[in-house]
Design a protein around this ligand. Structure first.
Ligand code: UD1
Ligand code: CA
Length: 469
């Protein structure tokens, strides 16, 4: 790769068509901001330096960029006077004159891949051009800068939509917005770019005509996969690019040995990792840094964010976040795993069970209709149906500890902090307020009383009353 490469990322524009308080490049697809996808592609080029131009809402964008690429230089463009002006601001933010290659990218192209940028920069350097344009052929070139060629087919310049003649508007070859420059030429040429055009802006694209005028080499390098350079300007385009990104991610995982029954209804974020022979059933979203191990089956209708799913686990109609599901474990249907849930190997979290900040040990089961909060459950323990771990007294949260091989009855309430020992048991309907020693049985409800002939007596009373009336 280039030995002295500078990448400029343009992200100063407002993105008004998003109609959002969130700046355009911060809108997310595939689990990352648009600029996050771009920065990952840029980093794959291993550039010497990255300069990001921020302007509108820089207090949002600046910290986000610095979190993703801590050594990026932030250049502030106070007023959005055009792409040429933005790049000048970027170069001025660097110490000393820029030499080597400068690649300019825009911050709103979430499908952009590092390989494409690398190939483009390599082609630019091999051809020793002053300027290279990453170009593309699109069905509807409206809005793009058109690549103007002479009779010999050499690139003469780029003309923007608003400045183009009707004939130029027919040109389907467009400027993707990604350009590569010889750094010394760029610095010098930007000083000569004016703003005498229909937008009154300093166009970066004018440097192409300047290079031609100087007799320098310019050229266009066509990207076959034009979607990689497509930007999202409004929410409809954002959704379209998001769907396409998802289609690509899903297709790649299928090639890598994952069974995905319905690619259309399966959503996988860019950072999700799936092992071979995982099966994803329809209506499933795997988000964030979710990792699924071999032979696990997830879905249908399941959303997991930042979760770990173990080998051969089964997760049906579940919503989970920051949860760990052990090897061979069973979850669902209709389970809600909140952050800090850790289900051991061969464990079970069943129907209508909510868990939070709780460890459920290997082989332990919470099969039905329960709330498990701030609990530690040992191994081989069974929690009865309809159990509530009452962890909160209105001010403080407390933990419940249950040992190994315990069997708790149906409809229990554990008033934390409380501890139930190994091999202990509780009766149905027990409210556990005090610790239960290992091996003990706890019962809290009093002896049952049966009132004989209650129904008949009730009827008799009602009859007497109606006679009185
Ligand atoms: C630009 C190109 C056009 C190309 C198209 C591809 C120019 C003059 N035109 O047009 O040839 O086909 O991109 O999408 O370069 N920006 C700043 N500061 C500014 C202005 C823009 O940082 O002062 C940033 C924007 O945030 C955006 C990028 O530069 O990320 C492109 O700007 P935009 O106004 O969208 O340019 P286009 O008119 O689309
Ligand atoms: Ca644009």
């Amino acid at each position: 790769m280039a030995s002295n490469l500078t990448v400029v990322v343009l992200a100063a524009g407002g993105g008004t068509r998003m109609k959002s308080k969130t700046m355009k490049v911060l809108h997310r697809v595939g689990g990352r901001s648009m600029i996050g996808h771009v920065l990952i592609a840029v980093r794959a080029m291993e550039p010497e330096r990255i300069v990001a131009v921020v302007g509108t809402q820089r207090e949002q964008v600046g910290p986000h960029i610095q979190e993703l690429v801590p050594d990026a230089v932030l250049a502030v463009q106070e007023t959005q006077d055009g792409t040429g002006h933005a790049v000048r601001v970027a170069l001025e933010a660097l110490d000393g004159p820029v030499t080597g290659t400068v690649v300019v990218v825009t911050g709103d192209t979430p499908l952009l891949r590092g390989e494409s940028l690398r190939a483009f920069a390599e082609e630019h350097e091999a051809a020793q051009r002053a300027v290279s344009i990453l170009s593309g052929e699109v069905a509807n070139p409206f809005g793009y800068g058109r690549i103007v060629r002479n009779a010999e087919g050499d690139v003469e310049g780029i003309v923007e939509e608003k400045d183009a003649t009707p004939e130029q508007r027919e040109i389907a070859e467009i400027n993707s917005g990604i350009l590569a420059f010889d750094g010394a030429f760029l610095t010098e040429a930007l000083g000569r770019v004016g703003n005498d055009n229909s937008k009154g802006e300093y166009y970066l694209t004018d440097t192409v005509g300047i290079a031609r005028g100087d007799g320098l080499t310019v050229g266009a390098f066509a990207i076959g996969d034009v979607m990689q350079t497509e930007g999202a300007n409004d929410r409809a385009q954002l959704a379209a690019l998001g769907r396409e990104l998802n289609r690509r991610i899903v297709t790649q995982w299928m090639k890598d040995g994952v069974t995905i029954m319905d690619p259309e209804s399966t959503w996988l974020d860019a950072d999700v990792v799936l092992a071979p022979d995982v099966t994803i059933l329809p209506g499933t979203q795997l988000l964030g840094a979710t990792v699924v191990a071999e032979d696990a089956v997830v879905g249908p209708d399941t959303t997991l964010k930042d979760c770990e799913v173990g080998v051969g686990a089964r997760v049906v109609r579940t919503h989970g976040e920051l949860a760990v599901i052990g090897d061979g474990a069973n979850v669902g249907p209709f389970s809600y795993l909140r952050p800090g849930t850790k289900l051991g190997a061969k464990g079970k979290i069943g129907a209508f069970v909510e868990t939070k900040n709780s460890v459920i040990g290997n082989g332990s089961k919470v099969p039905h209709l329960s709330y498990v909060g701030d609990a530690e459950i040992g191994e081989g323990t069974n929690i009865g149906a309809g159990t509530i771990f009452a962890n909160y007294d209105g001010t403080t949260k407390y933990r419940t500890r249950i040992g190994d091989r315990a069997k708790t009855g149906a409809n229990n309430t554990f008033i934390a902090p409380v501890e139930i020992g190994d091999d202990a048991a509780t009766g149905g309907g027990t409210t556990v307020r005090r610790d239960v020693p290992p091996g003990a049985l706890a019962v809290s409800s009093g002896p049952q009383r049966n009132i004989e002939d209650w129904a008949a007596r009730k009827k008799a009373v009602a009859r007497d009353k109606s006679h009185e009336a």
